[in-house]
Design a protein. Structure first.
Length: 644
């Protein structure tokens, strides 16, 4: 339908004829008047996509740059065409979305197409992952574009590009201290109302040196839809290649000391892998803190993911600020880790432990009187101190022995060698409710103690001392409550222990020998009470007559040099006793005093009839006496009625 390009000319041939004697040819090829050349116009296009991207998620509009080459067409000639942006998001080789824009290529010029945004393409606010390309179409038009022409960019590297998926994942940790106050991986924060169940592993004792540990589980998750596992392409529960996730766990002690440790995780937690999958154990000893033993008080662990190592970055890309590259694969994906560095809560009950201090009770006492003169032990005020305000529920039994000594003895824990055991008191029981801030006091009254019935009124001149003690066997086998202010928040928390675990004592604790406060000086006064009755008969043939008191009789008592009663002490005073109607009389025995235990004491005599001697088989340290008597010349006799 159109002249082809080339040289055209006319040839003229006049054959022989009248007036033409010979043929006359005329070749117009070289005759400019008879020839001409028809030029064939041609146009070509070279294109290059602009503002391409290798990762999904970009928002920058793209365009196509068009250079037009023209032959046999005037420079500057403009044509009309269409540039079409295509994207294949499902990689089936076909465009899922297209957007065409009108372009005006110009001979000998480079022009850019109008820009196309993600919204223009109909894919949302950001470019999705997929294969992108531009197509150029310039239809037949005018004198120069004789056929539809253009450029298909699908196979042209300059006109096509791949946007790899920009993927996100997150990671976090859950943890359970081996001695956590809360068990079973319960990650809830402790509140004012939280009660600890005192399970065995949570009952840690201060002063120990054994390691404590924290089990930390790594969890990872895709943040994309559909979800992926770009970190574990073979789905074996382990990270691909050299990829490792770094976890830092810090142990904190009351008082501000802390120690952090890190581990690189090669695996992550998965349901199929069981409870231990993706779990590592962090351990500490007191030496990690420069300590010799664990101090009393709260301790807790915090953990966080700090990053990754060994990422395979095939695309040589980086992640946005605040994110960490996990890996990239050309034309497929870039995987970034986000929202991962949050540290676990210091209030997490599973991550809190407590080192409970042991305690050593003590007992002290103070007699209510430092001197006595009635032969009785003094009353005693006993104080038991648990030496802790944090323990309740303990019943304490206090035991004591009473000793007599001729001298005070030395203050200390050792008992004097010359002590004589008088009696063991009935133990005092301090009920748990009697303690206030760990202290309880009771008064011991020997007059009300059946164990002292053979002692009362029979202690002689010397020193009476109580030695109180607490026996461990009396304290064990009880459940006691330990309470403390958790994290200094004003929240009282408690744990229940078997008492033996918290007792920091040997078999016995005692206050020892304390003359200054647990001893009373005994200065016993004496008196003699006698009864005179009749005696009928002579010598061995006679007998005393209890029903015939010698009322009104006068007895003259005088101290003698020995117990024969025959020789008075030089200058001895004669004491006179007049017997009452019952034949009884009392002699104030102020001049008679014991000089040594288990030796006779010489006393005054009347008509060679009275002798005072020690009574044996009495409480140690006592000074009881009995009265010897014999028949008098007037056939009357005396009998002992009582002695103080």
């Amino acid at each position: 339908d159109a002249w082809a390009g080339g040289k055209y000319w006319f040839n003229l041939n006049v054959p022989v004829q009248a007036h033409v004697p010979s043929a006359k040819p005329l070749n117009g090829f070289d005759d400019s008047a008879e020839s001409w050349t028809t030029l064939v116009p041609s146009v070509s296009f070279a294109t290059r996509a602009q503002a391409t991207f290798n990762l999904a998620g970009n928002t920058t509009p793209v365009s196509d740059l068009i250079w037009t080459g023209c032959t046999n067409i005037p420079d500057g000639t403009t044509f009309t065409g269409t540039s079409t942006l295509n994207v294949d998001t499902d990689r089936d080789g076909k465009a899922d979305h297209t957007k065409s824009v009108t372009v005006a290529p110009k001979c000998g010029r480079t022009v850019a197409s109008p820009t196309v945004s993600p919204k223009d393409l109909g894919v949302g606010d950001r470019w999705p992952a997929g294969f992108y390309w531009w197509d150029l179409n310039v239809p037949k038009q005018g004198r120069y574009v004789l056929n539809d022409t253009g450029h298909a960019g699908h196979g042209d590297a300059k006109e096509s590009w791949t946007a790899a998926a920009s993927r996100l994942m997150t990671a976090g940790v859950t943890s359970q201290a081996a001695n956590g106050l809360v068990a079973d991986w319960n990650q809830q924060d402790v509140t004012r109302d939280t009660k600890f169940d005192s399970h065995a592993s949570s009952l840690l004792i201060a002063g120990g040196t054994d390691p404590v540990s924290d089990r930390v589980r790594l969890d990872v998750k895709s943040l994309d839809t559909p979800a992926h596992r770009d970190w574990d392409t073979n789905n074996d529960g382990r990270f691909d290649g050299s990829l490792r996730f770094t976890v830092k766990t810090t142990m904190h002690l009351t008082g501000g000391k802390s120690k952090a440790k890190t581990l690189d995780y090669a695996s992550y937690h998965s349901v199929a892998g069981g409870n231990d999958s993706g779990t590592e154990t962090f351990s500490w000893t007191p030496a990690d803190f420069g300590l010799k033993a664990w101090p009393a008080g709260d301790a807790w662990f915090t953990s966080q993911v700090t990053g990754v190592t060994g990422a395979d970055n095939g695309m040589n890309v980086a992640c946005p600020a605040g994110q960490t590259l996990v890996g990239s694969k050309p034309n497929e994906y870039r995987l970034c880790l986000t929202d991962y560095a949050k540290e676990t809560s210091e209030l997490n009950g599973a991550e809190n432990i407590h080192f409970t201090p042991r305690f050593k009770p003590s007992v002290t006492s103070k007699v209510t009187a430092s001197t006595m003169s009635d032969g009785n032990p003094p009353r005693d005020e006993i104080t038991v101190n648990l030496n802790t305000k944090t323990v309740s529920g303990l019943k304490v039994t206090a035991r004591a022995d009473v000793y007599w000594t001729p001298d005070k003895g030395t203050d200390g824990t050792a008992l004097p060698a010359n002590r004589k055991h008088v009696a063991a008191v009935t133990p005092l029981v301090f009920d748990a409710a009697s303690f206030k801030d760990g202290v309880a006091t009771k008064t011991y009254d020997p007059a009300k103690d059946p164990a002292m019935k053979n002692v009362l009124g029979r202690l002689g001149t010397g020193y009476v001392t109580y030695v109180w003690r607490i026996d461990r066997t009396d304290l064990t086998g009880q459940n006691i409550t330990y309470g403390w202010d958790w994290h200094a928040k004003g929240w009282t928390k408690t744990l229940t222990f078997e008492s033996a675990r918290l007792l920091d004592m040997d078999a016995t604790v005692s206050d020892g020998w304390r003359p200054g406060r647990e001893q009373a000086e005994q200065t016993t006064g004496w008196w003699l009470k006698v009864t005179k009755i009749g005696y009928l008969g002579h010598n061995a043939n006679g007998s005393f007559q209890p029903d015939r008191p010698a009322k009104g009789a006068v007895l003259n008592m005088q101290e003698t040099v020995d117990q024969t009663g025959r020789t008075p002490v030089a200058g001895a005073t004669t004491n006179t006793i007049t017997l009452n109607s019952k034949g009884e009389g009392t002699f104030p025995y102020h001049r008679i005093r014991e000089s040594s235990i288990n030796r006779s004491t010489v006393v005054s005599r009347n008509l060679d009839a009275l002798t005072m001697s020690n009574v044996h088989d009495q409480p140690a340290g006592s000074s009881g006496h009995f009265l010897r008597h014999r028949r008098s010349l007037d056939a009357q006799g005396l009998r002992e009625n009582g002695l103080g």
